[in-house]
Design a protein around this ligand. Sequence first.
Ligand SMILES: [Zn+2]
Length: 504
Amino acid sequence: MANDSGRILVVSDSPDYYSTKDLRILYPGLVDEHDLNKAPISPQILTPYERVWTLLRRAENVRLLDYSVIREHARGRGARVVSHLFEYGDGSGLEFRFRNAGPRRHKLHVVSESDPITRGFAVGDEVYWYRNSSDIDEAPVGHYAYREVICEDDPAAGRKVLARSTMTDGAMWIEERFESGGLILAYDLFSPLDLALTQGDPWILHRGTFSKYIPAGNVFGGTVRYGRYENRKLSPEEVLGRIGALADLPGRAAQVEIREEGLSSEGTPVLSVRFGNESGPRFQLFSAKHGMEWENVYGMLITLEELLKGDVIDLERFCVVAVPLLNPFGYRNGCRHNANGVDLNRQLRRDWDRFRGWSDEVLEPWTFDFKGRGRASEPESQIEARLGEEPNKLCVIDAHEMAGAPILGGAGPNQEVLRGLSEQVVANLKNRYLIRYLTDATPRQLTLECYPGKCGADDPGTAPCYAIWYENVGQLPDVHATVMQTDLAAEINLTAMRSIAESL
Ligand SMILES: [Zn+2]
């Protein structure tokens, strides 16, 4: 076993390349670099490092790297290595190819799951994985490329292909596992990359870049805990199907009731998921009250699955009531409002009579925060209000989204509990995801700004109980960031519930 100092050695022909900078942000103070232009790599240099990242940018520099030294470090010393496909292919006697996908945004598909590398992904998932060319990538004439290695599984060598190109079936995520516990993960470390928009950072609006460091982060430790990739945005009907399926979840620690709470403003059923001790302290969870904040629906479903394993909160003591899709119309149409143009998050305000919104536009349907014709006039809000009157309410969690950095706020009877759970979520998120928002010049770690003890504008006004609200990063045009988004939502929901339950 190599020395597990926690440090990462980057072995590269291009010191301080953007990916090295990214790793330094993701693992602050833990990244060292070895410049192959100055010296070859040796077992002695590798010895202190249990985690190694290799990236050769220039084909002619392949002579600078003896890959057998890298492989031996993983095989003989149990190290975890992440390599670019190019030097991995060269060092394995396998053909490496640079491919042109033409106008198609290339995707890989996951063909085999391997824990922890593929955590967050499942067999059959299709994931954007391409680079573009900055000079000719003008819509609609895309020019996309990708890299692959031609290989099959080789059990004798411990080699297994985990993902392949959807176009050519070439290998794109490859693992080698050794008896020592060491492993090599080889994939295209340049992609996903959009040269026109970003140096390759996980940029908020770029398809695919969010998945870039996930396999490596899983190898180095800790990136995906609960998150799960989704290939596409489900229809509301499919979401209702998934909600219904929770009643038959294999291995569930409690009986699950799926209850139709009424019809939404567009006529779609609004379903609640109920389990636990019906007369015990009650957690209520809502997502997609604002319909375009749709990714939280997925995070809520994962949250419920985790809760049903039975070890987050005691289901013989506590009760859970969740409405994963409160606003089917908004979800379906990608808008904030319900079918009557009402902002459902303004409907139940205690100050509804006086509320004027962000501007006087609050008086017209479809304007930003139109509060409705009357307090609780909308069917979705009537459902929320009725649930709010159920007994023994301990905590309400309301999941929202915005395009910027996530925030968490809350109010409740014990400020220390709120502060503690906020700190716990922030600690749990450390060194896991990299993200660059619209206004950022460089990426940063995914974290949360927390406002414990501060009532949000949407405070439902339930003083004796906890009211937690958060803004996940979301409303993205497709599903490319779902692993991160669902991980964040589940992390907040589960940490908050566990902390509050333990405080009683
Ligand atoms: Zn919202």
